[in-house]
Every structure is written in C-alpha cells, then in structure tokens.
Design a protein. Sequence first.
Length: 424
Amino acid sequence: MNQLSLLLVGSGGREHALAWKLAQSPLVERIFVAPGNAGTAVLAENVPIGENDTAGLIAFAREKAIGLTVVGPEAPLAAGIVDRFTAAGLPVFGPTQAAAQLESSKAFAKAFMQEMNIPTARAAVFTDYQEAQAYLAHAPGPVVIKASGLAAGKGVIVCDDTAQAAAALQQMLLDRAFGAASDEVLIEERMFGPELSLLVLTDGVTAVPLPPARDHKRAYDHDKGPNTGGMGAYAPPPDVTPALVDKIMATIIQPTIQGMAQRGTPYVGVLYAGLMLTSDGPKVVEFNCRFGDPETQVVLPLLAGDLAAIMLACIQGQLSPEMVQTHAGACAAVVMASAGYPGSYPTGVPITGLNDVPSDMIVFQAGTAVQDHQTVTSGGRVLAVSARGDDLATAVARAYDGVTHIRFAGAHYRTDIGKPFSTL
Ligand code: AMP
Ligand code: GLY
C-alpha cells in the first residue's frame, strides 16, 4: 500500500497522543497537525489552520493530497466537518453531523436512549422555565441539570438540593448562561457510583472497545475542588472486569450502533461512552463523539494495533476485532496544570526538564508553545506524563517519577491518580 499523508485536527494532549500513535504506523509517511502544539511539532508538522476553519482544512487536505484526516475535538464534528470532507472526496475519520448529535444534543441522545432501551438516568427535557420549575417541584429525588447543547464541559450542574436545581434552571433558561446551548435543558435523575470511560472504535456496524479507562475530573486530591477537563487518568481500572466490558458492549454500545444505523445515520469513528457503574448496573451519563482527554493518553499506549489501519478500516466499513490488539498491563497519566487552573492562569511560563524524563515514559504536551527556542506554557492543562507498567501501581509510580523531572513555576498536579478512593 502507498504511504499516506495524514492531517490531524486539534491542539491538545489528546492530539499529541494521537499523533504519537499514528506516527508509529507503517502506512503513514507524513503527519500534519492543525494547529497542534509544541509536542506535536516534534513528531509532525504543525500548520496554522484553526480546528473550526473547515474550508481552510479542506483546501490544505486537497493541496497535500491527504489520505486520512483525523478530527480530535467535538466542535468541528458537531459543525459537520466529516460531511464536508466526505462531500469533497477526502477520507476522514469521525462521525457525521447527524451522528455527532449523540454528543451535541443531550436531548437527542436521551430520546434515542429511551427509544432503544439503553440504560441511562431518567430525564425530562424543557425549553419553558415555568414548566421546568413545576416538574422540579415534584421530582422524586436528587437531580442533575444539564444544558442540552455543547457548553465546553461546563453545562452540567450536579445538585445537592432543590434550591440549587432551581437556581441552575434560572441560570440556564432565563439568564441564558450558555447562550443557545442552554435554551433546552434536561432535568435528570442523579445517579451514584464510580464512573468509567469506554471508548469504542466503530465502522458503523462492528464496534470494538479500547481498554476501559477512568479520568479524575476534580482539580485537587480526594476529589476536592472544581471540575476540570481531567487531571489524570488510568486504564484499565481494576474493578472493571472483562465481563463488565462485555455487558456494556451488549446493553449499551451494540444497541447504540444498531439504532444509529437503523435511523440512516450510522455512527463511524470513536464513540466515547461516559458511564456510571450504579447498583442497578452500568448506565450512560453521556456520549461523546470523540476521543477523551486525558483518557486517550492512557488508552493509546495500551493499543498494540496499527491505529491508522484501524481508522481506514472504520471509514471503509471493514473493522474487525483482530485489528484492535492491546498490550497487557496498565497505563497511568498525571496531568501537570498551570497555577490557577481551572480558573485564570498565566501563560508563557518556561518549562524545564522535558528531555530528562526517562524514555520509557511519554510526555504528552497539551498547553505548550515554543518561544525563543524555549518550551513555555500556553494553556491550563500543560502536559501529562504517561507510563505503562505490569500493573496499575507500577504504572502510577512510574508516571509520578516522570513528573519529578519536569518543572515550571506554579505547576500543580494531583498526587492520587489511580487511587480507588478518588473514583467513588
Ligand atoms: P456530562 O457532561 O454529561 O458527562 O456530565 C459531567 C459530569 O457530571 C459527569 O462526568 C458526572 O460526574 C456528572 N453527572 C452527569 N450526569 C449525572 C447524573 N445523572 N448523575 C450523577 N452525576 C452526573
Ligand atoms: N475526560 C473527559 C472528556 O474528554 O470529556
């Protein structure tokens, strides 16, 4: 087979991990990342095109005869980048705009799950403030208020009491805190239990799971502090048995893939099921239409198969489970964040020690840039140190060993990544 030029869209740690894995494929000759970061610049060629500049990306893909485009973030997927690349005759890995509604409209996803009998929290959808408040007054237990549209991970308020829920409804429906994304809201039953991220690769018919993973969303140890994009992750969680993964595939993933195909909107790409392991069994918290961040930084190091070949097979409707071989053992990643993250933080802070990290650990960069030949911070989540081990404890210890080599002023990270108490 001829070697491919590949275009990867995005600029986070997830994209660095994707570039790292795709660069190992014998099918891939050259990788461009739009716009990328200082980490992807080492493995690939960054091009200054924004992730939402679909016309610019199509023009670039044509000019460079790109044989595979991989889209990292949700916003371009929800905006229909896959439809437009496909219409232009350019091979692209990811769901169409219609299929991406599983993430871009929580109301769509909830109605779909109810129709397909996929286990999830009970919910009702509202656009009218008075009706929503009336429903809340009679809700049988604790609730979660969710903006239906994309709200950059901030549109979910897990409520401890009715007053908090009432305030959230006002904020979303009356004050339009998330703009159009919160013109429609869900009042959802609050579920309890450990969470799990299961990412599956699918060609629209066949779905194959990657190793299950868990991320740590809160900013500080012991799950204290505000929610973040994710302060670390590990895979596989010891409490998640192969039998549990089989059950999730049978009760959640297969009906989702079948249901989307039956509707004439087959889902092709990576489907990320955010799950809660409740006392009633696994239930869906949310779907994402993309790879998770930082889950990707622990899942891809455990993938033995050729990711470019897998993605091409998904596009061609030829995915088979044998392609998705995985390594034994575990992987853990510790995110190092800027001072103040997830609030406001400085940028341009010099980072040292990146080259001192032992070569069997991987530093996936996220918010980094190069200024005057020096790598500096450019975002909240700056990087993640990822390490494999024969077991989780070894992987975690090695990732923390890697962290000790890296310094930047104000760096903070959790010290309890991979600890079971922080998952409950
Ligand atoms: P989402 O953006 O829907 O994944 O929600 C963000 C986070 O809010 C999830 O990872 C959960 O921790 C929490 N969450 C969302 N929905 C529920 C629910 N129904 N019950 C309990 N927690 C929830
Ligand atoms: N780690 C959570 C996410 O990618 O949405």
